[in-house]
Design a protein around this ligand. Sequence first.
Ligand SMILES: Cc1ncc(COP(=O)(O)O)c(C=O)c1O
Length: 297
Amino acid sequence: MNNAVVNVNGEIVKGPEAKISVFDRSFLYGDSLYEVVRSYGNMFTYVDEHMERLQTSAKLCQMDLAQSPEFLKQELTRTFGKYREIFPQFASKDTYCRIVISRGVGNIGFGLPCIISGSHYYLILQPLNPPTPEQYQCGFHLKISTRLRNHPKALDPAMKSGNYLNNILAYLEAANENYDDALLCNADEHITEGTTFNIFYVRHGTLATPPLDIGILAGITRAKTIQIAKKLNLPVIETRFPKERLYEADEVFITSTIKEIFPITRIDNRTIGTGEPGPITKILSRAYTDQTKWLSA
Ligand SMILES: Cc1ncc(COP(=O)(O)O)c(C=O)c1O
């Protein structure tokens, strides 16, 4: 918070000074959307893809966005400039940016006439805290949560909404048992995704990941990983599978904007493969980072 710069609906302030109304729908109802983008040095990557997903999320929750993607991109640039001015010591470091869109501010009540403003936007920029090389070498240990991923006909996971309580509860269950994070199944006992990441496994040289229509977030890193794997002539299948498929896998890795392609070495107290980051995971994560850094150069 102390290292953050926040754009509160147009006004850029230091983290501790940022305030929003208690009548903001994001606070009252979690009636909000968000995206996380990151920079490599001084360039944010895949911003268009994140803007496109924000539009998809808005459609899924019937939210009229008062801010166009172009406007949000300009505001990202403006806020980033201010961030580097306030914190010159972070200028060459990688930056985390959370873009939050609230349905607006108004009177308490679900009805849209209660809202007296258009959608509000908030940008939070701070230094990025990616996993360390030591954490990469160890890989994460995941627990398959007893909590289920939301059904797509409930709060559709394809929508990146401000409602992460279900995922937080899965995370807390795992953290209480000393795991790094959690995976969630659906009611058919198929693996869906993690609390804040997508999942892949490798078996006999083929990559597998759950399909989007199982009810997951369409991860930007997931899509880039599939593209890179195909370029490298690695077969990829999108398929439903139970947890046992992960236990028997040669390699498992997760994907997200912040963690990029990150190895999983234990699941539910079972060692995955050799218990170290696997060769295909390493090839893909190097290729992903190289490609993304090259785009930012
Ligand atoms: C539930 C969930 N799945 C997957 C992801 C990964 O998405 P991306 O690769 O676009 O960061 C996220 C990222 O926050 C997430 O919250």
